[in-house]
Unconditional design. Sequence first.
Length: 280
Amino acid sequence: MTALGEIGLTHDQFLALLPDSDRLGSGNRYQRDYALTRIVVKNCAAVGEHANEGHHTDLVVKGGFAIRHLYAGVRYSKDADLAMSADDLELEGPPMMRYPSDMTAGIPIIGQSGESWFIPVSYRRTDRAVDMTRIDLNDRSRALKSPPPQRRNLTSLFMDPIRVWAASTEEIVGEKLCALMDQPTTRVKDLFDIRHVLGMPREPIDPAETRRIYQAFRQRKGPHVPRIADVPRIIRTKIMTAAVQDQWRVDVLEFVDGAPSLSVAATEMVDLLNDRVLKG
């Protein structure tokens, strides 16, 4: 049996799994997604000793990668966000991670807040070229006493569904919303992701818990981040700048086929936020 994350597709097998329209292209976003999927499965899969409820892996998946693979998202992520699952996070460095044998992790770079690490990873593509991706690893979510990790199915073009440990819906939305309000120019992709998750009518979300998580992140970032009640007004009146429009084209339109304009996505996101988070 092949070990988790050691998928080992040949280039022909890899190409055969891609949509017909992408087989003739370079497949860069798929190669990166394939590499990230292998890393996430190797570190977050709910199997063996970690398969039972309440006994989760040391790392849980969150962020844009989680939205694509756990919430049927359509935007490809440039990296994978993982959070430490322990409550007590007084660590002097990042925990040990496992990587497939054909990958090499670089020296972790500590984030500006001192609570996260950016880990560059070199991997060999299925066409034998060498490329780079990144793992963003942080302890912020667990330190904020977020809901316990959940077991969810990770779906991918490259393997059968597998159960992994993931951050809750409330944690993902609350953190992304705060990041968007903290840095609207560079984090506009979060607007697209929030719109997608809140637009899934069958996906439950606790509005009070989402607001609590947003407030906890806001307290850490500082008073320049607005109250959650002010978010709809700010999105309607201040986010439609030329810089944000440019970033929308770079981070969303180039990664998502058929993505809406920023103005349409922002209107839909505000309506969903009012209905599913602010009114509850």
